[in-house]
Design a protein around this ligand. Sequence first.
Ligand code: B3K
Ligand code: ZN
Length: 872
Amino acid sequence: MSQQPIVKYRLDYTKPDFTITDIDLDFDLSADITTVTARSRVVRQNSHATTLVLDGEALKLISVNINEQPWQDYQLTVNGIEIYGVPPEFTLTIINEIKPIDNTALEGLYVSGDALCTQCEAEGFRHITYYLDRPDVLARFSTRITANKAQYPYLLSNGNRIAQGELNDGRHFAQWQDPFPKPCYLFALVAGDFDVLRDVFITQSKRQVDLEIYVDKGNLDRTQWAMTSLKNSMRWDETRFGLEYDLDIFMIVAVDFFNMGAMENKGLNIFNSKFVLAKPTTATDDDYLGIEGVIGHEYFHNWTGNRVTCRDWFQLSLKEGLTVFRDQEFSADLGSRAVKRIDDVKLLRTVQFTEDASPMAHPIRPDQVIEMNNFYTVTVYEKGAEVIRMLHTLLGEEKFQAGMRLYFERHDGSAATCDDFVQAMQDASGIDLTHFKLWYSQSGTPQLMVTDHYDQALGQYCLTVKQVTPPTADQHDKQPLHIPLDIELYHANGEVIPLQYQGKVLDNVLNIHHSEQSFTFDQVKEKPIIALLRDFSAPVKLHYHYHDDELIFLMQNATNAFNRYDAAQMLLAKYIAINVDHYQHAQPFVCPDSLLDAFRGILLSESLDPALIAQILTLPSENEIANQFDVVDPDAIHAVRAFLLATFANDMFDELLALYRHHLMAEYQIDHTQMAKRALKNGCLNLLAFANDNALIDQLVVKQYQDADNMTDSLAALNAAVKAQLPANNQLLRSFDDKWHQDGLVMDKWLMLQATSPQPDALENVKALLTHRSFTLNNPNRIRALIGAFVNHNPVAFHAADGRGYQFLVEMLTELNQKNPQVASRLIDPLIRFKRYDQKRSALMQNALQRLLKLDNLSKDLYEKITKALNV
Ligand code: B3K
Ligand code: ZN
């Protein structure tokens, strides 16, 4: 490392000494060397300041001018430039050079395939020019791009195109102007040759917006769904939030080399091609839903993120938590609300709860950061969205929308804080949110311990709720939070018991404020059965002593679909815990008939949405199960899960097969009814593959694979073959490779399957695949599909007792540390959680981290996580 990384603290925020109101950028573009001329209007904000400090990284400075005169009084520093003796208001012109071709970190201006594109959030703009690279400096941007016309026929930037023309030597130019002041992280530039899908959208106030989707040549037939999703997003934001688009053009560009999902640059969203390109033969139903969600998410940022942005990066959840909440609601309104909710909760429980229990634990509004890119986390995003959802639950839709309107009234066109947001919600609703705000500053997963007592004589039911948030790596002491706990009571016959006390009707949502609180309900004629945490009303872990028959009752009777699913999960969790213990003590596994009958009942239900049935029937992943335990035993979890899969498959064989056949569909359509049926059909096939007698299933799998006219069905067949190690496994993998090897996005599915295969030599196979013709360490999607899937989703192989998995990750990180620090930093997560494993594994994991710590030029990204984990 060139310098000791610096920790930044949220409470150290100060306003910048100078601001920039306008910037004219001029790019003389080529992949080898690009010359950037930045002409900025700089205005002093602090009357004492005479030194302008600008951020800049990996730039070659050519010249500095102030008010059109050369300026010599400056110094280059490790972090940028300091310009001395500047006047209160002036025009600063800086010329510098950059080398996009050498930019393997994909941050700033870089090469993706044959195109040039940018990624500036969080701090990428300083890789383009010297600037006040912080979100609270909002400037009007104009951008002129000059480049070779044959190589780069399309030259795009933010806002409206105000000029374009031909130049000498086969060059051309385009000039763009964005009327909305913005922080530089929303700047974007794209140059390349593309196919373009064009459409228009008429806004609610009858303005026409041109919509353009740019993709690599030859991919036009994979763009329609993205366009449909974009128009659906624009319509939905108008109807549900009353928010209309503000420019006359909205562009999306799909690129193959991208560190994350997509980026909400003003008027010019840049997307990982994974979240744009889809046609039935190459994309699965899940891919389609992913595209809809991400297109929505980036579009919704135009208001929650761009029109109102963040004051500083500690406030990231202001835009991300809120925008995730909005995209979740969008997907729920367009598809199945219950299924979407369950998917979101699964992600939160599997990944965010794990993060809370790791060295990287942080509140949704972090207090200290070394590398900001490390904080684009499930905590900031998904837990952030849960916090917004709790506000929505406490206020109700109407008051929540009033809060949104007040928020925009107050903060449109400026950079705000999380406190500003909550204040707007409080002022618009009249609901006191003082205590609620603690969710922003306290990390960790609260545990709710619920007990109850029924008094037959008085007809009273009393509920006692205790809350404890265990200490996290970043914070020892925890306070009680304001938790909305949504409940419902049932009679044994399934009837709902109205909540009341002394003649007063009570709300289903209980407000928990204290470490212990009791609630009494009367007019309860018999001991009720309680559904707790309806719709997962708070991101907490729930403890309540349910009997098996109560859970089975809830699986059949809860009015809330999430509760039905959750009851099934709790029932499974009980027997998983019992069997893990049996595994560790060399005792036989157990699975009661009552449990199997309950799941059979769900399988045969004619009233439930098939997609919900499929979700309930899908056994929790090994990572999900790991969350049940303080110390994770990957071998035991794997064995227990395999036992349950086989038990379910053998016990329900006939029903699964009948249902599979019943849902074989003639025609492929992308709509929620058909997707739900496919989910159930493929869920059945996947379970059947684990039955003892699998010769018939092997044939079924091969037939489905060969007959399929869509990726959902062919991948489901391949997945069943690989996960159950059916005889056809290798033959199908080869045929997939033959057919798709030239298509990276499709091959990611194939790589991922092998990375997560239960075969004993999975690691050797992964290593061999590093040299496969479709793989390259230069593409983040390929890295995530192969290496990411292996380390994150093949716990048995990654945590092999001899440490081979850890050694492999060390080798990969050694290679990626300099090449692409952001991608490397995401891969290290499973290694820093060593405290959750037995002593032997834990020692091997720490040893691996020690070796990484000694790397030359260790990136800030890895440094931050490793030092936190090792506590050095
Ligand atoms: N705002 C971007 C994420 C940027 C990540 C920078 N490392 C995408 C999104 O959340 O919409
Ligand atoms: Zn976002």
